[in-house]
Ligand binder design. Structure first.
Ligand code: FES
Ligand SMILES: [Fe+2]
Length: 384
């Protein structure tokens, strides 16, 4: 059961904040050493011990609507391929040919089988090596041992989670998100954008509303409030509600009938590096994939449950998408600016205040995951 508040409770808390000029506050502030954004060792540990060893959202189910639908992209630096198999189940593999290592697919699409572009070794949707051209050149080749290498893949609540390497912490619970990504959603756009900033700096930009007026004066601020949020944590994750000014219309409704739809954006932070954000006409699923300590690819899937020819709605949808795109560019510009200043020596720590509590939770959970990894590794070695 999710411990998250239901819509009427969130709306009530927002209306109370509007009435009192307040916002949610965390119990504590958080000080994050700047060194944690600069240390190559720390970056490698985040990638190898957390991002590759926790079940991490890879793509929405809506990106894999049919048998043969696939998504191929790098996750935590590893080429990964997810594909919906003949029996409807999603399989995940290292996207690396078992001949000489080329990738078998790129981007989003649908195939009956994966033929390597280099020499044509061909793999079935379940990863079995099916065909080797001129096989007589490989005496003794046992095709049954040369299938694609699987990675642990689980589909749940409209998301596909991939765990690349055996987790140090067993039985990591997946977030409970019933109803967040409805089965009726379809993928309307996917994109990858490389940004010159550390992945955690980019993540922090999603997790507070304290910057709405200063950073987004003509995009989000005219429609939203500055520093007025409902912040909840669940497990390692966060949910932040960003109300729209239209939320005030809900005062006219009895509390039980107050739906959040089109009245606020929920930003779900799914540990460690995923964001699911709800908008009136669509849902964004964004994955922050570190390329290097100072470079990140933002992978975004945009989903909608609106019909393809919903006529008048499409202009509104387009306006909304432009606004969100412009706002996101403002966030990226700030993240790049922070990255440029990291080596300046100006700050030993970044201090996150009581309006930025979801960021403190993120760093606390990341520290805990990194602490647990060596302890679990020592315990493994003691047993063996
Ligand atoms: S590398 Fe894939 S067929 Fe040779
Ligand atoms: Fe922002």
């Amino acid at each position: 059961m999710t411990p998250l508040l239901d819509d009427p409770a969130v709306v009530q808390r927002i209306l109370d904040h509007i009435d009192h000029g307040t916002t949610d506050r965390s119990a504590d502030t958080w000080r994050e050493p700047v060194e944690n954004y600069r240390s190559a060792e720390r970056f490698a540990a985040e990638r190898d011990l957390v991002l590759r060893r926790y079940p991490t959202p890879f793509c929405p189910s809506a990106a894999l609507p049919a048998v043969g639908s696939f998504v191929a992209r790098a996750a935590a630096g590893t080429p990964i391929l997810a594909v919906r198999g003949d029996e409807g189940r999603v399989h995940g593999f290292r996207n690396v040919c078992r001949h000489r290592g080329a990738q078998l697919a790129e981007g989003v699409g649908c195939k009956k089988a994966f033929a390597c572009r280099y020499h044509g070794w061909t793999y079935a949707l379940d990863g079995r090596l099916r065909h080797v051209p001129h096989e007589d050149g490989f005496p003794g080749l046992d095709k049954s041992t040369r299938g694609l290498i699987p990675v642990e893949t689980v589909e749940r609540d409209g998301l596909v989670f991939v765990t690349q390497d055996a987790p140090y912490v067993p039985d990591v619970e997946l977030p409970d998100l019933p109803g967040l990504l409805a089965p009726t959603l379809r993928l309307i756009q996917s994109s990858e954008l490389e940004v010159a900033a550390n992945w955690k700096i980019l993540m922090e930009g999603f997790l507070e509303g304290y910057h709405i007026k200063a950073t987004h004066p003509s995009t989000f601020y005219p429609l939203q409030y500055d520093n007025l949020n409902v912040v909840e944590t669940f497990g390692r994750n966060n949910r932040i509600a960003f109300p729209y000014r239209a939320v005030e219309k809900l005062r006219a409704f009895p509390p039980a009938q107050r739906s959040a739809t089109a009245k606020l954006t929920y930003v779900y932070h799914l540990f460690p590096n995923a964001i699911v954000a709800t908008f009136p006409a669509n849902v964004f699923v964004s994955l922050l994939e570190p390329l290097a300590i100072d470079r990140t690819t933002i992978v975004t899937y945009i989903l909608t449950d609106r019909g393809e020819d919903s006529g008048g709605e499409s202009a509104t949808t387009k306006r909304g998408a432009t606004l969100v795109g412009d706002g996101a560019a403002e966030d990226r510009a700030v993240a790049c600016a922070i990255q440029r200043g990291l080596d300046s020596g100006a700050n030993q720590c970044f201090e996150f205040g009581r309006f930025e509590g979801a960021i403190g939770h993120f760093h606390r959970m990341l520290d805990a995951a990194l602490d647990a990894a060596p302890r679990a590794r020592q315990a493994d070695q003691a047993v063996s």
